[in-house]
Write a protein that binds this ligand. Structure first.
Ligand SMILES: [Zn+2]
Length: 349
């Protein structure tokens, strides 16, 4: 293989297949490797013998002339030695590892502005997400406090109210147990987000215990493509990423199959009848007494190639993290790639 086109989502998948093989060979050969963590093209390794570093690097560089590996060694920091990996700075001190959230010095504080046209819940989610990530990356409480101050400053600069930021920070305190003020809605409805109107409509619906979530409304693309293509009857479809929605809440099960879709859907139906706990749709039905909407199966994407279909399935699951019914995470680090996919496949949710 001479190379892969940049920007194609399939390239990530194929490159990962090659690197997985290299991971296995290196780990089988060198016993000095204590830890070996790889994310895409970045690997963090801990060795029992520092002299082996260059031997391993030479071994890696002999795989293929088109693959070039470089190394970065830990540097002295205070009393320990530290090295950054992705967004974590790892410091080795007296044979212990201390993790800390790491931000590139070149990174600006610019983020989605509070005045941009997004529902309040999305803006809250952005702050909460950053708090969660940075807190989880820190081993020590003192570093979490530094992170809390940084996040507060950053979001204030972007126009977020202090009360919202403080709430997001407080929610992460382990001692705080959140108390639900009201029962979660039993019915959910998607509404296109229009600033001002969405909030009013959402609060009206809430009085009737109907949950509302924002959806992309009609885009030029969807207007131009929806309903124009003649579609094969559902039962004849094969090679699809599909969704089974719940009739009572807005949750969705995302799956893929290379066989006829009806065959796969019949398996779900049987699982529901047999109360098969390992089937996510069946489990949701059992746990909530909700009903799966088997009459309106969504075809998310038609894709004949199995690898690509799996990739699209993972992406769709990751993109629907809050409403997915799937039991296994099946995320495969996909969350990192959601934006790339969204641009490549604007028609997939
Ligand atoms: Zn449900």
């Amino acid at each position: 293989m001479g190379g892969l086109p940049a920007g194609s989502p399939l390239s990530t998948f194929l490159a990962d297949c090659v690197l997985q093989e290299i991971d296995e060979k290196v780990n089988a050969k060198f016993k000095s490797i204590l830890k070996w963590y790889r994310f895409l093209d970045d690997t963090f390794a801990a060795l029992s013998d520092a002299r082996e570093v260059d031997v391993i690097l030479k071994f890696l560089n002999e795989f293929d002339p088109s693959l070039k590996f470089t190394k970065e060694m830990e540097t002295e920091k205070g009393e320990g030695h530290s090295l950054t990996f992705l967004d974590v700075e790892i410091t080795r001190l007296n044979n212990h590892c201390i993790r800390r959230h790491y931000i590139k010095t070149t990174q600006s504080d610019r983020t989605v502005g509070f005045n941009s046209a997004h529902p309040r819940s999305v803006l809250k989610g952005i702050v909460k997400g950053e708090v969660k990530r940075s807190f989880e990356n820190c081993t020590l409480n003192q570093h979490r406090i530094t992170e809390a101050n940084r996040i507060r400053e950053k979001y204030l600069k972007n126009g977020y109210p202090l009360s919202l930021i403080t709430k997001a920070l407080n929610e992460r305190k382990p001692s705080k147990i959140s108390v639900r003020k009201r029962d979660p809605p039993r019915i959910w409805a998607p509404i296109p987000y229009i600033k001002g109107l969405y909030e009013v409509v959402a609060s009206m619906f809430r009085k009737f215990n109907v949950g509302v979530y924002s959806s992309t409304g009609c885009t030029i693309q969807s207007a131009a493509s929806n309903g124009w293509k003649s579609k094969a009857p559902l039962k004849n479809e094969a090679g699809v990423v599909y969704g089974v929605t719940c009739k009572n809440c807005h949750k969705i099960y995302i799956g893929q199959t290379g066989r006829k879709l009806t065959e796969r859907i019949n398996e779900h139906k049987r699982a529901v009848l047999n109360k098969n706990n390992s089937n996510a749709v069946a489990r949701h039905v059992m746990e909530t007494k909700h009903e799966a909407d088997f009459d309106n199966i969504k075809i998310i994407k038609r894709e004949k190639k199995a690898g690509m279909r799996t990739l699209l399935e993972s992406y769709t699951i990751a993109a629907n993290a809050t409403r997915k019914l799937n039991i296994s995470p099946a995320d495969n680090g996909m969350t990192q790639w959601i934006d790339v996919f969204r641009e490549t496949f604007p028609d997939v949710i």
